[in-house]
Each structure stands twice: as structure tokens, then as C-alpha cells.
Design a protein around this ligand. Structure first.
Ligand SMILES: [Zn+2]
Length: 264
């Protein structure tokens, strides 16, 4: 990889430029939480959005014609995960492919007993390590943004996977600051994941979407969705897990969430 010495300055310039007025209006319209952020955070998010859109390649698929609305709605949500943190803007990600709606992909999937089956599967989003790309269905993106408290958000989910890749492996652990952080992350997340898996296997109702019991990588994506969309309920039901995420994401979504007070 070529070391780009000008990258930090180029990014600082992009962040410092006033964002197009239309972009702010798109976020105000399509991202209800944007209007609840402090003006500092709104400015930071718009700055990150400008870097993101300048650096990532967007591609319309399945006949979708890209617009600023599509780019900004995706970038704005993806950049919520970057607020207040040192970030390299999803360094392993080059391209974002956007379909109008669910698309069909050929997929190999385990069907038990070590046997794999390959066949078409309808998807709304996908990313993988070493793929360099992230795929999204635009209708699901828009819906996820417009419903900020149902605990489901496709963009947050897929970009959480990208953060997970930053410490090399796709294991549910993003890049943390210190050995101590890794230790407490492993302790808390390990026992929370085991608990979700047990509850899911025994058919119990769980606060967290039991898709998170699939593996630690899906667990991190699912708890990220819960952290941003249902932070009060998450804090109440899983306080230790909430604290780990608050420390990693350097923000407390209970301060701006539209989640009803007293939700659980
Ligand atoms: Zn996933």
C-alpha cells in the first residue's frame, strides 16, 4: 500500500469545508436523530460525511440511478459510528454497491452436519472481509433511517462489520485501545454472547435480536444496532454491555435518541 502523506491534510480540508446545504437538508429529512444531535456533533457528522463521500466509490446496481440523497443517507448513518473517535474511515472499504431493493446472491450456506448448500438467496445487505465492498438495498436503508427506534438498521449493521474487520479478523471485536480494553471486552461480550446463544437455543424471548447468536461477528453488529436505536432499553437490560459500547463508540445515544423514556 502506498503511504499517502497528504491524506490527513486532505481530510481536514474536506471536514473544514462548509457542507452543501442540500446535504444537511437530506440528513434533517431522512435521519430523524440528526435533528437531535448537538450542533457540534451535527457539524462533525457533516464533516465526516464529506470525507466519506469523497473517498468511497458508490455504484448503482439493478438499474438504480445514484443521487445525492442516496449517498448522503448512507454516508450519514455510516458516519454516526465514527463520531468522537479517531478514525481512518473504514480503511478496508472501497466501494458501496446500492440496489433499489432486495437482490439475489448466490450463497454457500451450512445446512448442518458439515454439509454446505449453494443456491440463490434474497439479501438486503452484505459485506465481507477482503471483499472491499459493501452492498445495500436502498429501500431497506431508507426504512432503517426513518424508523430510528425499532432496533433494526441495515447501514449500522453492515458498517459495524467493517469496524469489526479493523483488528484483522472478523471475530466480533473491533480495534480497541489497550490490552485492558481487550480483556474487559472479551469478558463482558463473551458472557453476553453465551447467554444470548443459550436463550436462543432454548427458545426464550430475548431483548437482543437472536440473529446475534449466530456468531460473535453478528453479535457485534446486532448490539451496535441496539445501542444506537434502543439505547435506554439496552442500558437497562444489559448495563455492562452498554458500558463497553459506550466506551468504544465514545458517545451515549440515550442523550439524543428518540426512544421513548422508560422504554424497556
Ligand atoms: Zn451481519
Amino acid at each position: 500500500m502506498v503511504l499517502d502523506l497528504f491524506k490527513p491534510r486532505r481530510r481536514a480540508n474536506l471536514r473544514g469545508r462548509p457542507a452543501p446545504k442540500a446535504w444537511r437538508q437530506i440528513l434533517e429529512r431522512n435521519l430523524p436523530v440528526f435533528n437531535r444531535l448537538s450542533s457540534e456533533d451535527q457539524a462533525e457528522l457533516l464533516g465526516h460525511t464529506q470525507v466519506f463521500i469523497a473517498e468511497k466509490h458508490f455504484e448503482g446496481c439493478g438499474g438504480l440511478v445514484l443521487t445525492d440523497e442516496i449517498r448522503v443517507t448512507i454516508a450519514g448513518q455510516a458516519c454516526m459510528l465514527l463520531l468522537h473517535r479517531e478514525t481512518d474511515y473504514y480503511p478496508q472499504l472501497t466501494s458501496i454497491l446500492v440496489y433499489p431493493t432486495e437482490y439475489v446472491a448466490e450463497e454457500a450456506r451450512p445446512i448442518g452436519g458439515g454439509i454446505w448448500e449453494e443456491g440463490p438467496e434474497a439479501r438486503r445487505g452484505h459485506t465481507a472481509q477482503r471483499l472491499g465492498a459493501l452492498v445495500l438495498a436502498w429501500d431497506a436503508v431508507r426504512h432503517g433511517a426513518a424508523e430510528p427506534n425499532d432496533g433494526v438498521n441495515l447501514v449500522l449493521h453492515e458498517f459495524a462489520h467493517q469496524l469489526d474487520f479493523e483488528n484483522r479478523s472478523s471475530d466480533g471485536t473491533p480495534a480497541l485501545e489497550s490490552h485492558g480494553d481487550y480483556r474487559s471486552w472479551a469478558r463482558v461480550m463473551g458472557s453476553e454472547f453465551d447467554a444470548l446463544r443459550e436463550a436462543s437455543e432454548s427458545g426464550e424471548d430475548t431483548f437482543l435480536d437472536d440473529y446475534g447468536a449466530t456468531n460473535p461477528s453478528e453479535f457485534f453488529a446486532v448490539i451496535t444496532e441496539a445501542f444506537f436505536e434502543r439505547p435506554r432499553a439496552l442500558r437497562q437490560n444489559h448495563p455492562a454491555l452498554f458500558m463497553q459500547l459506550q466506551r468504544f463508540y465514545q458517545q451515549d445515544p440515550t442523550t439524543y435518541s428518540l426512544e421513548p423514556v422508560g422504554a424497556h
